[in-house]
Design a protein around this ligand. Structure first.
Ligand code: AP5
Length: 218
């Protein structure tokens, strides 16, 4: 199964991608995670991306498209993958289609996480991340067992630089600029499915599984 998760910052894309990835044993490809890792490593990509990310702006298409195409052609993506945070622009969507067509594969479903502004703000302000394994926590909704430490690998959790109030506002504005054209792009292909990002993690997961079954995807 090949999925794209679309939706505003804090909609819960990364969280659902993690559970779906475990359930279907397919990789979760998050451009945000890949870029944050590149920044931590201080690689050339990381150096180019950092200032855009810190300002809550999109990293240039050429950089991101290259990262994704390289990633989904790896062996572990042969049985499917989940794209989280990509595409973000029409150009990214078109280039993704070209790359998929050249391999004779296609996206099965684009899940659009429609989410209220109140949910977004409360989720982003309480989010904590593991720098080592990228596990996602929330101080109220999904706290780690030991305060500030990852349940999975024990690393100390951190708050993302771009989860500060001013940068959140900027990211939402940037998102809103391209939301409609991306939704239309996939609606026209008949593969877009709207889901409620406001639902709890378990409830949303169950509704996704039910809809995959109904559509004969699993
Ligand atoms: P990226 O990392 O992709 O950030 P984003 O799209 O803004 O999305 P988030 O990671 O903030 O939210 P999410 O929907 O994954 O929510 P999560 O599951 O964590 O991108 C960061 C930056 O990288 C961009 O600003 C840009 O600069 C650059 N970039 C990345 N991709 C790019 C691209 N394609 N092109 C150009 N630039 C790019 O959940 C949030 C919180 O809520 C967590 O605390 C979680 O525990 C909690 N939670 C999640 N789901 C639920 C639920 N159902 N109920 C209750 N709590 C929940």
């Amino acid at each position: 199964m090949r999925l794209i998760l679309l939706g505003p910052p804090g909609a819960g894309k990364g969280t659902q991608a993690d559970v779906l990835s475990s359930k279907f044993k397919i990789p979760h490809i998050s451009t945000g995670d890949i870029l944050r890792e590149a920044v931590r490593e201080g690689s050339q990509i990381g150096k180019s991306a950092k200032s855009f990310m810190d300002r809550g702006e999109l990293v240039p298409d050429d950089i991101v498209i290259k990262i994704v195409v390289e990633r989904f052609t790896k062996k572990d993506s042969a049985g499917g993958f989940i794209l989280d945070g990509f595409p973000r622009t029409k150009r990214q969507a078109e280039d993704l289609d070209k790359a998929l067509n050249s391999k004779d594969i296609s996206i099965d479903r684009v899940l659009y996480f429609k989410t209220s502004p109140e949910t977004i703000i409360s989720r982003l302000s309480g989010r904590r991340i593991c720098p080592k394994c990228n596990a996602i926590y929330h101080i109220k909704n999904n706290p780690p067992q030991k305060d500030n430490f990852c349940d999975k690998c024990g690393a100390k959790l951190y708050q993302r630089e771009d989860d500060k109030e001013e940068t959140i506002k900027k990211r939402l504005k940037v998102y809103e600029k391209t939301e409609e054209e991306l939704i239309d792009y996939y609606k026209n292909r008949g593969i877009l499915k709207e889901v409620s990002g406001d639902l709890g993690v378990e409830k949303l997961f169950r509704s996704l599984i039910d809809s995959f079954k109904k559509d004969g995807l699993v």
